[in-house]
Ligand binder design. Structure first.
Ligand code: ATP
Length: 539
């Protein structure tokens, strides 16, 4: 790994003091009559047409932060003594038809023809390409003072593709939108197409990780869940989970991809633009720490198990919509809207007990101080839960009581058959519409559930909706969640609290619980966050 980058001094170039590192005059590939003055500073590549008419001296300034790579090459035509260098940028540009901006590809290619010697021209082109790459690498400045490290260069990435994710187009989306970008950035990659559920999990559990600088998932969140858990199941889990992970959206929900796009400071975009945005982040290769939650599952019919989760634990309405809308998979992300409307029509109430360890003991829930919410915990709920969804639930290996624990110890949790510790808050209600614990900002491309969440805040953002809410109020709540304004809506049935750990003990005989969108065995579940345990390519 390369050394960490720290916050730079404020750039003086903005005052016009930027030093020109390279200057040259070149033609382009298409037209050898028109010449361009090209100058490179630490920050920008500036291109200006050389003409005797000042009025048409248009100038293009490309920010090197938007540059993914640059290369030099000779023309196929042996009689051409010139050499070329190309630089590849993905700046935010106005969309052609729509309002707003999205990252769009801009390639600048110049012909170097300084002397008759083709080798000397190629050397000069290589100097330009190298200087552009080096300057753009220096532009990987962290935001908000957060430290990032970089994926090792040249980068060797294993790309795991689930060919059935989303509308079944993950592979073609990758070929169309991302493959050329990775080539431009010099990211060498090996494509592995998954053949069945858990294939990726087994692969990374056994892989020689020294061969890879990054593991990249082209799928929805389900494949990332497999990879995270495959890494955590290894004997060398502590080292393995440090492998930088990348995500390219190929599913229908794409929560993690939507979250990292959001963290990059960009505005919401369409699905294909999201793919380009995540591809860009992957090419830039900045790595930051990501929280994982350790989730204990304990249905009445099986031994307790533990899985690692990067996104969410859901019970009630949201879990139901996620799973039931599978049948509308062919319509892509719209499946969640349709699923929401269908479930609204037959709204269910779920009984159970919820308890949590607040992130901040001085916090408040629903206008009341946390301490006023504490009620004695009687842990007699989980035994009444049936594993009614065991057939569709993902089987996870039970953790034998005497097995050495893979993964960090969960110091905040006690076994599920014991009452929660006395410093926990037990929610007085036991009728819910939904319970949602999330640790990323988005739970879908259009589902901005936890606006305050960041990748590595060490916080579980717990939202629950109490029974008694009208259908129309619930619909309004979901519409607000699309924009991330739901917490400002003062909905009396919605409670939001930041926690470090939680326990949910459903008592309704039927229901679904999902972890990162994957159905797990129905029954008591508890989780604690482990701050920054994994590493993700993001910005
Ligand atoms: N080749 C495969 N065939 C069938 N299932 C697979 C294959 N590869 C992975 N899977 C499984 O498919 C499930 C869904 O994958 P994933 O979540 O990545 O896509 P998705 O459901 O389309 O996306 P999203 O969660 O965003 O809706 C996961 O449980 C994963 O284990």
């Amino acid at each position: 790994m390369d050394p960490k980058i720290t916050e730079p001094d404020p750039p003086s170039y903005r005052n016009g003091m930027s030093q020109v590192l390279r200057y040259g005059e070149f033609t382009t590939t298409g037209n050898r009559k028109v010449r361009y003055a090209v100058s490179l500073t630490e920050w920008d590549l500036t291109i200006q047409k050389i003409t005797s008419t000042p009025a048409i001296r248009s100038k293009m300034v490309l920010n090197l932060r938007d540059c993914v790579g640059s290369r030099a090459f000779r023309a196929d035509d042996n009689t051409d003594t010139g050499a070329y260098f190309s630089a590849f940028f993905y700046p935010f540009k106005k969309r052609w038809m729509n309002s707003g901006v999205a990252r769009q590809r801009v390639e600048q290619c110049f012909r170097v023809d300084l002397v008759k010697d083709p080798r000397a021209n190629l050397e000069e082109a290589e100097k330009w390409a190298r200087a552009i790459r080096e300057c753009s690498a220096l532009q990987q400045h962290p935001r908000n003072g957060i430290l990032y490290s970089e994926v090792r260069r040249p980068c060797r990435a294993m790309l795991l593709v689930n060919p059935h994710s989303g509308k079944g187009q993950a592979l073609s989306l990758f070929t169309r939108h991302v493959q050329h970008m990775l080539n431009e950035a010099g990211v060498s990659h090996t494509l592995v197409i998954t053949e069945r559920p858990n294939h990726a999990r087994e692969l990374v559990r056994e892989a020689d990780l020294s061969q890879w600088d990054a593991l990249v998932i082209i799928s929805g969140d389900g494949l990332l869940f497999e990879v995270v858990n495959g890494l955590m199941e290894r004997e060398d889990w502590e080292r393995a989970i440090q492998t930088p992970l990348g995500i390219l959206p190929g599913g229908s929900g794409n929560a993690m991809a939507a979250s990292i796009h959001h963290y990059s400071g960009a505005q919401p975009v369409s699905s294909e633009e999201l793919l380009v945005s995540c591809g860009f982040l992957l090419c830039k290769g900045l790595v930051s720490h990501m929280d994982l939650a350790s989730v204990h599952l304990g249905s009445a019919s099986s031994s307790p198990t533990r899985v690692f989760s990067f996104l969410s634990v859901a019970w009630g309405f949201v879990a139901d919509v996620d799973v039931e809308s599978e049948r509308y998979r062919h319509i892509g992300a719209a499946r969640f809207t349709l699923g929401t409307l269908v479930r609204l029509a037959s709204l269910r109430v779920y009984q159970g007990r919820l308890a949590f360890l607040p992130a901040d003991n001085a916090g408040r829930v629903d206008g009341r101080p946390l301490c006023s919410l504490v009620v004695p915990c009687q842990n007699n709920f989980h035994n009444s839960c049936n594993s009614n969804n065991a057939s569709r639930a993902r089987k996870h290996e039970p953790v034998p009581a005497d097995a050495p624990l893979k993964g960090p110890p969960d110091s905040l949790l006690v076994p599920l058959d014991q009452p929660v510790p006395s410093n926990w808050v037990v929610v007085p209600e036991d009728n819910f519409i939904l319970v949602l614990a999330v640790y990323q900002s988005h739970l879908g491309e259009d589902f901005y559930t936890a606006p305050e969440s960041t990748l590595n805040d060490g916080i579980i953002h717990l939202l629950y909706v109490r029974a008694g809410i009208s259908r129309i109020a619930l619909l309004q709540l979901f519409l607000a969640m699309g924009k991330g304004t739901h917490l400002a809506n003062n909905c009396p049935h919605l409670v939001y609290v930041q926690v470090r750990a939680l326990r949910l003990e459903p008592s309704s005989p039927k229901g679904l619980i999902t972890v990162d969108g994957e159905v797990v065995e129905y029954g008591p579940v508890q989780a604690q966050v482990h701050s920054g345990l994994a590493r993700l390519i993001s910005r």
